[in-house]
Write a protein that binds this ligand. Structure first.
Ligand code: CTP
Length: 455
């Protein structure tokens, strides 16, 4: 079987060395978290220019961020006037030169106000004007109170930004400064750092592809830049998270899946222009921008929702960790440990539907189906068997026993196996970066198949 080159192999720090980063900070409480972020960027060898909105300056001192970044923080487009050394020298054009200078622009935290301005194309501060001028990818990290984050206007602005080709990192869920709990927290600086590293690495890879691989005999012809929305007009179904199989009204059988991989795939597919439906088991994750979410609990409910939405889908990505067995007769009343059951409770379980196998059996012509295989031993053999038996186009083999991979971790180390016999082993990388890598492979192969069929 031909082995394809491995995906990303540099540790995240390496990706930042010698890069120029813009960090836009807007006025939310999470602004204080940008101090460790700047420090980490600098330690990794990046040159960092901080741009703050006026209200951000109330939350964190420009002196702090200026000292950490070793560059004067910029806020207003027009400096203060007479006496300001920059006012004479045309400093107002700085947004243009910064936009050309940067390899990546991160806006963190991005408040509701800043999101609205970014989505609307405003240019009333150095941050906004530079965002309009920037010739590099933009990563937006929203942060605000729970109910603001759920407001349709904010959701609309996030969709607009995704649709414009920018990357939105969904807010994390947890305790908020207001005392409410829910999605709205700025992702942790370490998660933002990893995403920045992954985006820089992707950019380098794309550049490499455009310039063409170097061979012993010289340079091969440059490849065309991939289209910005390779999944435009495609309908994509993703399943994610665990299922819960009730034992009685207060207990269930489940597994430790957090849904991170499936949510990352849904977000990555939406960013590539697809109309995405995400069928999600119980998880704490916020819905990625632009994604339609259907919440389910049990394997039976997931089966029904997946079957309904798979009907019109071009691509189905089954990342859910579906329980294989469910209690045969869940009790309507809470089971008591004394009277009914004595010292040993025996549960009778029956098989749940294998959703992936069912979809594979009914797969309409033209639909592509990707499954996951979670194996603790002899992974490749089991994965290839599942690929064949479930009529899949690809299977992603992962091993939860590998350190730092699998359930409940932010990273994964997988092998993508195609029905055409191609295999590609990816190094361990953040799940969101892995979602990008997987979708790039899937989208490229879908395009090639379409071109072959003449559609
Ligand atoms: N899957 C599914 N429905 C099930 C069980 C699994 O759709 N009832 C899907 C998962 O979403 C995953 C794939 O099947 O994409 C493989 O899941 P995995 O747990 O690795 O394997 P199983 O097919 O359940 O086989 P086994 O438990 O014997 O390893």
């Amino acid at each position: 079987m031909p082995a394809l080159p491995s995906g990303r192999d540099a540790p995240p720090e390496k990706e930042l060395s010698g890069r120029n980063l813009l960090l836009g900070v807007s006025g939310g409480i999470a602004a204080y978290k940008t101090a460790p972020l700047v420090r980490r960027f600098k330690k990794a060898g990046a040159d960092v220019q901080v741009l703050m909105t006026e209200s951000a300056r109330r939350f964190v001192s420009p002196l702090t961020l200026g000292t950490l970044s070793e560059r004067e923080v910029l806020s207003a487009i027009f400096p203060d006037g007479p006496g300001d050394p920059e006012s004479e020298g045309g400093a107002w054009t700085k947004h243009v030169s910064l936009g050309l200078w940067a390899d990546l622009f991160v806006v963190a935290p991005a408040t509701a106000q800043t999101l609205a301005k970014l989505a609307g194309g405003f240019s009333d501060s150095m941050l906004m004007a530079t965002a309009l001028s920037a010739q590099c990818p933009l990563l937006v990290c929203p942060s605000m109170d729970r109910d603001m984050y759920a407001h349709p206007a904010v959701e609309r602005n996030l969709r607009t930004l995704s649709g414009d080709g920018h990357t939105v990192m969904p807010a994390a869920r947890g305790e908020l400064a207001s005392g409410l709990t829910g999605p709205g927290r700025m992702p942790e600086p370490s998660a933002i750092f990893d995403r920045v590293a992954a985006m820089l690495s992707d950019r380098e890879e794309e550049k490499g592809k455009r310039e063409g691989p170097r061979t012993a005999g010289g340079t091969e012809p440059a490849q065309a830049k991939p289209p910005p929305y390779p999944l435009a007009d495609r309908r994509v179904l993703v399943t994610a998270g665990p299922t819960r199989e009730p034992i009685d009204p207060v207990r269930h059988l489940s597994n430790p899946s957090t849904g991170t991989m499936g949510f990352a795939l849904a977000e990555a597919a939406a960013q590539r222009g697809a109309a995405v439906t995400l069928v999600a088991g119980p998880t704490a994750l916020a819905t990625p921008p632009g994604v339609e979410r259907v919440d389910v609990e049990t394997a039976d409910e997931m089966h029904a929702a997946a079957t309904e939405h798979a009907a019109g889908a071009d691509l189905v990505l089954m990342a859910a960790a579906v329980a294989d067995y469910t209690p045969a007769a869940p009790s309507d009343a809470k089971l008591k440990k004394d009277r009914q059951n004595g010292d040993a409770l025996v549960l009778r379980l029956h098989r749940t539907p294998d959703i992936l196998a069912a979809l594979g059996e009914k797969k309409p012509g033209g639909q592509r189906l990707l499954g996951f295989a979670l194996e603790t031993d002899d992974g490749p053999t089991h994965a290839r068997r599942k690929l064949r038996e479930k009529n899949l186009d690809w299977i992603v083999l992962n091993s939860p026993t590998r350190e730092g991979s699998g359930f409940g971790t932010g990273a994964n180390e997988v092998t993508l196996i195609g029905a055409d016999g191609r295999e590609e082993a990816f190094d361990r990388m953040p799940k969101r970066a892995l979602a990008d890598a997987l979708l790039d492979r899937v989208a490229a192969s879908t395009e090639a198949a379409d071109a072959h069929r003449g559609t």
